[in-house]
Design a protein around this ligand. Structure first.
Ligand code: 13P
Length: 338
């Protein structure tokens, strides 16, 4: 795969008015979300949920691609059509989560490093053969007081992200590089900005060191927001301004696209903030979304594991997808929530 073809895939992932549907929860995470709304935690229910998402009518209007999990990329619709084929028929690029999860970072209580580099080249080649065009790896950065994150946590996660990314490009996959600064905690927005800037600086230093081609990747960062338990929650304009300031300081203009994670924000809040980011013209990269919870959660609650609720759940998913598609044009407003 030429770098030109990879960079064209990256641009297609952030095509105007479109973002990514992250549906790559590990079985453990998917089961926890099912349990929270009373859905049985079985392989068949996970398959049925993913079928519901992938077959939502007109999903491709505002979604360019889907991120799948290892179990999901091997599954099929009830009628036997492989999910990869279903996605392609809907005009969606197929992506795959390839990290094996965040594990405790030795000697650093409360911090993690994401694993999955061993045997990664061979796994990537297998996913390419299955039809994947891009991949995802998530590093997790916790914030606590002035002592977390540690320099060790930043260095370990940045190194892993860069090693993953360069292997992806070698294998013909566009890497989504996701260093997530968690929203959990009491920290203020200013602290989130300092940490996010430091994280991204460490990540781009490593990407350059390892030889990652910046034109053929997508960055998936958090927005710059106060911790969920912080007494002061900033306005949507504050979030957009701080996020853009942070990104302008550290993300090279060569990167074609930045697709935000939702990180536990409500669907409405994520759309509102995404919209505000698009009311500030002149960003050198295409801004987009790569949401899991902010797209899926309302639909999951409507579905509740019942076949009879499938169409209503698909409508709930499409509502959030259309709200976010509108936000990418600066055309979202609370009135859309009806
Ligand atoms: P959220 O949008 O729920 O944060 O998930 C995005 C994602 O892909 C996490 O890795």
């Amino acid at each position: 795969m030429s770098l030109q073809a990879l960079s064209e895939t990256a641009q297609a992932m952030v095509a105007r008015g479109k973002g990514l549907l992250a549906m790559d929860e590990s079985n453990g995470t998917c089961n926890r979300r099912f349990a929270s709304v009373g859905i049985a935690q079985t392989v068949e229910m996970r398959r049925a949920w993913r079928e519901l998402l992938l077959t939502a009518p007109e999903l491709g209007d505002c979604v360019s691609g889907v991120i799948l999990y290892d179990e999901t990329i091997r599954q099929a619709k009830a009628d036997g059509t492989p999910f990869v084929q279903v996605a392609r028929d809907a005009g969606l690029l197929v992506g795959i989560k390839v990290d094996t999860g965040a594990k405790a970072l030795a000697a650093h209580p409360g911090e993690t490093v994401t694993e999955g580099l061993d045997g990664l080249r061979e796994r990537l080649q297998a996913y390419v053969a299955m039809g994947a065009r891009f991949a995802k790896w998530r590093g997790v950065i916790a914030v606590e007081g002035d002592h977390l994150p540690s320099a060790a946590c930043l260095a370990a996660n940045a190194h892993a992200l860069a090693r993953y990314a360069v292997l992806c490009q070698e294998s013909g996959l566009v890497p989504i590089i996701e260093p997530e600064v968690l929203m959990d905690g009491t920290h203020a927005q200013a602290r989130c900005q300092v940490v996010t800037e430091a994280v991204l600086r460490a990540v781009f230093d490593q990407l350059v060191l390892q030889g990652v081609v910046l034109e053929a990747m997508i960055l998936k960062p958090n927005m710059v927001i106060a911790g969920l338990s912080c007494a002061v929650q900033n306005t949507v304009d504050d979030v957009a301004d701080a996020t853009l300031q942070c990104l302008r300081r550290v993300v090279p203009a060569a990167v074609p696209g930045i697709a935000f994670l939702s990180g536990g924000q409500s669907g409405e809040r994520a759309s509102d903030r995404l919209n505000a980011l698009h009311l500030r013209p002149g960003a050198p990269w295409r801004l987009s979304f790569s949401f899991a919870r902010a797209l899926q959660q309302p639909a999951l609650e409507v579905w509740a594991g019942q076949e009879a609720n499938k169409l209503a759940a698909q409508r709930a998913l499409m509502h959030r997808a259309r709200c976010n598609g509108a936000a990418l044009k600066g055309e979202y407003s609370a009135a859309m929530e009806g």
